[in-house]
Design a protein around this ligand. Structure first.
Ligand code: HEM
Length: 408
């Protein structure tokens, strides 16, 4: 980064990590108004904050790519759908996408998700209070992915441990070798579990097993579409990684938004059909994933600015989702917005979230169950407000309810 960028982007120059971490929204508003495409020395990257600019950047595969040898996600998991572009990306994505379509979810996963949800709620229902992140939100998404993949439920504690070490590695921008080594070990252990499942599924080849798990479907795909075992493992790694703390954050953020807006809370308690709007408005207002990262392929110019090869362009989904030119009164949580689904919380373009419908379904079923806890309320003093500018969520959400009258 040359000093010219600092003089050219005075607003970006002043941004600190601390203010992004605690509340990025005023920063986004300043940048969007004065430097919609800006350079942030604090992060050593470009920041794009306007809705149309974020869309343009995500769709501009001629200049911007997810492929980078330097990215922590590539270093941890290797080549998979989020670190490749077409034609490889297309091949990878097609191998897995059948399990994430609305019809498949409705027919094959809804009931299982309801059962898993009920099982978790049963564990704390009689206590009258719970820290929902550890007791529920961090657990349900792991159990759901185990079910989707056809892996045993007793793998949950291992998955948690592996996930935490993957997460540390993906945030390991300083290249700490101990963190990297721990993640490599976890990837190895996770892949060993997958190898066993792949072997079992290969033995079922030709049998009509009805609903096939994602792994079985991938392993027994027609030869022209069949990924190698290694490719299956790498893509399952990103599916697993992509679907855990994101869903955790969505669940916690929906609850946070509802507690902050008692009027909406009362409406949705009386009328559960509002839940899809609550979920999408939360995706907009308190986006769990705030950014989508791209790398500059070759030097190019855009909006009168020059982008150099390998520079990072961070497309700020959380900022786009508060752009007043698209969402009127954007800081207001408004479940009645006509364009509630126009948010970019799942990004857009070829890499847009594979699991968006699964995430929405998990959130709907989970909230339906939690809202049955009578007189549910937030213990504000014991909880933490959402923080973070990559992933944004509460790290601790304690709730209370009246004991003894909940239905199954
Ligand atoms: C609320 C929950 C979720 C949020 C906010 C979210 C967000 C995102 C975003 C923003 C992207 C685009 C990344 C980019 O373009 O750089 C993405 C991609 C992806 N997500 Fe999600 N996600 C969620 C849930 C899930 C679930 C449940 C799964 C799977 C079980 C999943 C799997 C993936 C995969 C595999 C990709 C890469 C797709 C590709 O490159 O073609 N996500 N997600």
């Amino acid at each position: 980064m040359g000093p010219s960028k600092s003089t050219r982007f005075p607003v970006g120059h002043e941004v600190t990590l601390a203010e992004l971490e605690s509340d990025p929204y005023p920063v986004y508003a300043r940048l969007r108004a004065r430097e919609p495409v800006s350079w942030l020395p604090a992060l050593n990257m470009w920041y794009v904050t306007g809705y149309e600019d974020v869309r343009t950047a995500l769709l501009d595969t001629a200049h911007l790519t997810t492929v980078s040898d330097h990215s922590t996600i590539f270093d941890t998991f290797g080549a998979h759908m989020l670190t490749t572009e077409n034609p490889i990306h297309d091949r990878y994505r097609r191998a897995a996408q059948y399990a994430f379509t609305p019809a498949f979810i409705r027919e094959n996963l809804d009931e299982a998700i309801s059962n898993l949800t009920a099982g978790l709620v049963r564990q704390f229902r009689n206590r009258g209070c719970a820290e929902l992140r550890s007791a529920f939100a961090s657990r349900l998404p792991i159990q759901v992915i185990l079910f989707v993949c056809g892996l045993p439920m007793d793998a949950e504690p291992g998955m948690r441990r592996w996930y935490d070490s993957f997460e540390a590695a993906l945030a390991n921008f300083a290249g700490d070798s101990a963190i990297r080594a721990a993640a490599k070990l976890s990837v190895g252990e996770f892949h060993a579990l997958l190898e066993e499942a792949i072997r079992t599924c290969a033995a079922e080849a030709g049998e009509d097993t009805g609903l096939r798990s994602l792994i079985s479907r991938m392993v027994n795909a027609p030869p022209a579409e069949r990924l190698s075992d290694d490719e299956i493992k790498r893509n399952l790694s990103i599916i697993f990684f992509g679907g855990i703390s994101t869903v955790e954050a969505l669940l916690l953020n929906c609850l946070w938004a509802l507690f902050e807006h008692p009027g909406v809370f009362a409406r949705v308690t009386a009328d559960r059909s509002l839940l899809p709007q609550v979920i999408d408005e939360t995706m907009r207002w308190l986006s769990p994933v705030q950014s989508a990262t791209r790398h500059v392929l070759e030097p190019f110019e855009w909006r009168g600015l020059r982008f150099e090869k390998d520079e990072i362009v961070n497309c700020m989904l959380g900022a786009a989702n508060r752009d007043p030119s698209v969402f009127s009164d954007p800081d207001r949580f408004d479940v009645d917005r006509a364009n509630v689904r126009r948010h970019l919380g799942f990004a857009t373009g070829l890499h847009s979230c594979l699991g968006s419908q699964l995430a929405r379904t998990e959130a709907r079923i989970a909230l339906e169950a939690l809202l049955q806890l009578p007189e549910l309320q937030l213990d504000r003093a014991a909880s933490e407000p959402p923080t973070g500018y990559e992933f944004r969520q509460s790290r601790r959400l304690v709730v209370q309810w009246r004991e003894g009258e909940t239905k199954d």
